[in-house]
Ligand binder design. Structure first.
Ligand SMILES: [Cu+2]
Length: 297
């Protein structure tokens, strides 16, 4: 009787332990989980810009459409005029050409109207250029370094937080990840804050290109350029190196997990606990041997 009670107690406590550890595992919070709610990724047969995820990209998108409509009007008008001339004044329809060579009014119009068109294009363009150039007073700064063929992120205000980001190889893609775009360690950023990027390269030219966030800068060895963004809402955003940088140029995508500030702060704590020794993380021990890369695909 006593013995069976003890054994029941033993089994029960083992069960409780198992249950407890399973629970601990199941509830281990992923600080970047909020970014999974919205995925801003390219879609098949996409023709337009990606959906804007930042005020900068919204302005770029607006300017592009604004100029596009002005251009369309110019092309339709000049094309129409040329069509009219081809039909009305060809040698068959108009065998005896006119002798008029100057008309002051028309000449004034065809100088003044293009000047006005250029003025309405250049004013918002310059506005946007100055807006893009203003990287002052950021909430935080990340130094982004392009390497052959991965990205390195250094959180300037978080000592020791400096890690690499490799594309997930095709044979390691998990459900929910995107082939050729998902990475092992995404860049994690808070939403709604101004984030400044200092962009440089460790070897050759790379391109730091985040189309949905309106960021595009060359990563140049020996010097740096800056850019910035404010991410509108939590989500996962993608980009690509867009400067031909060698054999594996296609295998250095950018993945950003944008999360609310509290989650971002929790993530920095968790990340620091993982990377405290300031070593650069290389989980897939890439780059693969060159001969394997050449034979891939
Ligand atoms: Cu590159």
């Amino acid at each position: 009787m006593k013995r069976s009670f003890v054994s029941v107690l033993g089994v029960a406590s083992v069960l409780v332990l198992i249950g407890h550890s399973a629970l601990a595992q199941a509830t281990a919070p992923d600080p970047t989980a909020a970014a999974n709610a919205y995925v801003n990724a390219p879609v098949n047969w996409q023709l337009w810009f990606p959906k804007s995820g930042s005020p900068m990209q919204a302005k770029i998108d607006w300017l592009m459409q604004y100029v596009l409509w002005i251009m369309t009007a110019v092309v339709v008008f000049t094309g129409g005029l040329m069509g009219y001339v081809f039909i009305r004044f060809n040698a068959k329809a108009n065998p005896k050409p006119g002798t008029t060579t100057h008309n002051t009014l028309i000449e004034v119009i065809w100088i003044v109207v293009p000047v006005l068109i250029l003025a309405v294009v250049i004013i918002p363009s310059l506005n946007l250029i100055y807006y893009e150039a203003d990287d002052s007073n950021p909430y935080m700064t990340v130094t982004v370094t392009g390497h052959q063929w991965y990205w390195e992120y250094n959180y300037n205000a978080v000592p020791g937080l400096d890690y690499t980001s490799y594309m997930v190889p095709d044979d390691k893609i998990q459900p929910g990840e995107i082939r050729r775009l998902s990475v092992d360690h995404p860049l994690v950023l808070p939403v709604g804050e101004k984030i400044k990027f200092i962009i440089t390269s460790g070897d050759v030219l790379h391109g730091f290109y985040l189309p949905s966030l309106g960021v595009q800068k060359y990563a140049i060895p020996g010097t740096s350029q800056t850019s910035w963004t404010i991410i509108d809402k939590p989500g996962t955003y993608y980009g690509q190196c867009n400067q031909i940088c060698g054999l594996n140029h296609d295998a250095m995508p950018l993945e950003i997990k944008a999360v609310p500030m509290a989650d971002y702060l929790a993530w920095t704590k968790a990340a620091l606990a993982t990377y405290t020794d300031n070593t650069v993380v290389q989980p897939f021990s890439s780059p693969l041997p060159r001969n394997q890369l050449a034979l891939r695909d």
